[in-house]
Write a protein that binds this ligand. Structure first.
Ligand SMILES: *Cc1c(COP(=O)(O)O)cnc(C)c1O
Length: 387
């Protein structure tokens, strides 16, 4: 089905931050398949892990014990401070699990019609419940009736959440991205998550963080909430968890960890040996190659270099980043820059119409970083001058 407006290019193989098309032309990947291939393409650790696992077992069933799934759950809970994990195959599914968890948590407290606070400009996925949670009319257009039970407030506005909690007596959870990705690389106030944590504690609400894009080291910490020294009650992961092998996870802690029980939720493929072996290799590699620290440092370096080249430019409204999540907001729609960059062998993305989004792989080297900054800033300066 024509569900994507595709660019006129097909890649055949990759190597680190490079992608090669069918004619062996080389492109610099500053998008990582939208925050998926953080270790770069064809990383040997992931390659070896899935080859080795496929010699033994691809799939059994969650009706039986799965040793690699248990190992992965141990590693994830250890690194996150969470208690339990439900495994699935995508981000939307991870958020579906979180939404179901919040609803059941509400029902346990006698709330028949539980509501979840969600944000304007948020993105949580394309299934019916997650698109209903998403704060983007374009994504919801044509799919009414939407799933009920969401109360929407502006992002980065703690008072709006407070008011919503006071106005509705059925709020059971707050679902929020630590940084809005699809919404335009929107970075909230430094203490926003801390304030949500306090509010959720006060009103006995579940704090649910969608870390599908921000997680797995992208912002320079393993999880973005670790910049704030807090723990959420629920946290969802996907994208970079398998470096390209589909896997999602819904992590829960404390009172949230045992809300979903046998018969409440499930997935045929979720947490299967193949996907879990990939994710275990990703976690091991992040540690072994010190990649999260590198994400923090390289993100700072790319952002500083872009600022040096572009901050004088009249059309550049803002350059913001946390780790390797970088947004360059222009004063006008700039989706045509994606095509222009492609013609210059550079893969970027534009989100929320005006914000160029960079999500480079953590293994990008100095030379590639220079190429990224030079190519992109030249394009921004040139395109704007030619108008
Ligand atoms: C990508 C994304 C999702 C959806 O993940 P899928 O794997 O495409 O279903 C949900 N939330 C956020 C924040 C995302 O960036």
């Amino acid at each position: 089905m024509p569900t994507y407006g595709r660019l006129p290019i097909t890649f055949e193989r990759g190597e680190g931050a490079w992608l090669f098309d069918q004619n062996n032309n080389r492109y610099l990947d500053a998008l990582s398949g939208i925050a998926v291939c953080s270790l770069g393409h064809a990383h040997p650790a992931v390659h070896q892990a899935i080859c080795k696992q496929s010699e033994k077992l691809l799939h059994t069933s969650n009706l039986y014990g799965i040793a690699v799934q248990e190992q992965l759950a141990d590693r994830l809970t250890e690194k996150s401070g969470m208690d339990n994990v439900f495994f699935c195959n995508s981000g939307a599914e991870a958020n579906e699990a979180a939404i179901k968890l919040a609803r059941k948590y509400g029902h346990q407290q006698g709330i028949e019609n539980p509501a979840i606070i969600v944000m304007e400009k948020s993105f949580h996925g394309r299934t019916l419940a997650t698109l209903s949670a998403t704060g983007n009319a374009k994504i919801q257009q044509g799919f009414a009736p939407l799933v009920e039970g969401f109360v929407r407030v502006p992002y980065n506005d703690i008072n709006a959440i407070k008011q919503a909690v006071e106005q509705h007596n059925n709020v059971v959870a707050v679902l929020v991205e630590p940084i809005q990705g699809e919404g335009g690389v929107n970075i909230p106030a430094a203490d926003y998550l801390n304030q949500i944590r306090s509010l959720c504690d006060k009103h006995n609400l579940l704090m649910m963080l969608d870390e599908i894009q921000t997680g797995m080291g992208r912002t320079g910490k393993f999880l973005a909430f670790q910049h704030n020294d807090i723990l959420p009650d629920v946290c969802t992961l996907a994208k970079a968890l398998g470096n390209g092998v589909p896997i999602g996870a819904c992590l829960a802690r404390g009172k949230a960890a045992t809300v979903l029980t046998a018969g409440n939720h499930g997935s045929t493929f979720g947490g299967n040996p193949l996907a879990c072996s990939a994710a275990l290799a990703v976690l091991a590699t992040l540690d072994a190659e010190n990649l999260i620290e590198q994400a923090a440092q390289k993100g700072d370096a790319i952002s500083a270099a872009l600022k040096e080249r572009l901050l004088g430019n009249a059309h550049v409204v803002d350059i913001r980043h946390k780790g390797m999540m970088i947004g360059i907001e222009l004063d006008r729609p700039c989706t045509e820059l994606v095509q222009a960059a492609l013609q210059n062998n550079l893969l970027i993305n534009v989100t929320a119409e005006k914000t160029i989004r960079l999500l480079p792989p953590f293994i990008i080297n100095d030379q590639q970083m220079t190429q990224l900054v030079e190519t992109l800033s030249t394009l921004i300066i040139k395109v704007k001058d030619s108008r």
